[in-house]
Design a protein around this ligand. Structure first.
Ligand code: CP
Length: 316
């Protein structure tokens, strides 16, 4: 594996899930990557990704150095061939080039602006870090994907499903007050297509995900119908891809609560966090026995550890 930006970077995604589950049984391997350094670069806020990546790198015996570049770094220019006489102080060519001198592996978080779909879906920012750092790069969530989250999600499903038949997994849109990226649902769908599960997507009309992620996956516009018999429900808000970055609905009848849970097969309920209680998922679910969001968050350490271990090895 050269970089970790998408499920497509992984030769054997199911094997990587197994590896992460093995790591969970014995996470402390301080000699594995002793002397190695990971730079964790955040253009946007984070709680779980930042902390779990730091813990993961430290579990491997390596050092993690975090830079909130969006807050503490120079404002970055990503366009080529411009005269930098505005408010951008440093070009990505130098910024990432310098990071390439300091680290063995680079983690990068870059959210989409949700203004121009082509710019966001070209992953201009993430690709610039890959190109100019010359390092193996781990996506800590990019404009279109959140692969470390999806790997932890698959691990969590695996831990909670001991039957031989395929579980029914439903990803459901839920209301939110802000326009959020499609990265988590895109990525979850992309990884679940590689997993031994039967996946359904449910959302109000207008919230269809991009064809490159969701093409061929069943979509049911009636949430209650989609949830019937579900073994796992992934609740998440996202803004529209078609009317790019727009909020088309705030229908609170889509908030996930006991009424929705009742039609499932006593489903485990998942969310990547942060979650807005009472709006996206009701307290009765988050405080109840079906919620596995904290287990997902815990698995973020081991999913990151499996990925950093592989990239530290390839950086030898
Ligand atoms: N799920 C997740 O990525 O959380 P953070 O945004 O807090 O890192």
């Amino acid at each position: 594996m050269k970089n970790f930006t998408s499920v497509k970077d992984v030769k054997d995604p199911g094997g990587l899930v197994k590896r992460a589950l093995e790591i969970k049984t014995n996470p402390f391997t301080p000699d594995f990557a002793r002397g190695k350094r990971a730079g964790l670069i955040f253009l946007n806020p984070s709680l779980r990704t930042r902390l779990s990546s730091q813990v993961a790198v430290q579990n491997l015996g390596a050092e993690a150095i975090v830079l909130d570049i969006g807050k503490d770094g120079w404002a970055l220019e990503f366009e080529d061939g411009v005269k930098m006489n505005g408010n951008k102080a440093e070009h990505i060519k130098e910024a990432a080039g310098v990071m390439g001198q300091y680290f063995d592996v680079l983690g990068v978080r870059t959210f989409p602006e949700l203004k121009d779909r082509n710019t966001d879906y070209s992953e201009q920012l993430l690709n610039a870090f890959i190109r100019y750092s010359g390092l193996p790069v781990v996506s800590l969530e990019s404009a279109t994907r959140h692969p470390l989250q999806s790997l932890a999600d698959w691990m969590t499903i695996e831990e909670n499903w001991k039957k031989s038949e395929r579980p029914k997994v439903v990803i459901t849109w839920a209301p939110h007050v802000k326009a959020l990226p499609q990265a988590v649902p895109n990525s979850f769908v992309e990884w679940m297509r590689e997993a031994p599960v039967d996946l359904t997507i449910t959302h109000p009309e207008g919230y269809e995900l991009a064809e490159e992620f969701a093409g061929g996956v069943p979509v049911e516009y009636d949430q209650m119908k989609a949830l019937e018999g579900a073994d796992f429900v992934y609740v998440k808000n996202w803004s529209s891809y078609k009317q790019y970055g727009q909020i088309l609905s705030q229908d609170e009848s889509w908030s996930f609560g006991n009424e929705q849970l009742a039609v499932t097969n006593n489903a485990k309920v998942m969310h990547c966090l942060p979650v807005r209680r009472g709006l996206v998922i009701k307290d009765e679910i988050l405080d109840g026995p079906n919620a596995i969001h904290l287990q997902q968050a815990k698995n973020r350490v081991y999913s990151a550890q499996a990925v950093f271990a592989e990239l530290f090895t390839s950086s030898n």
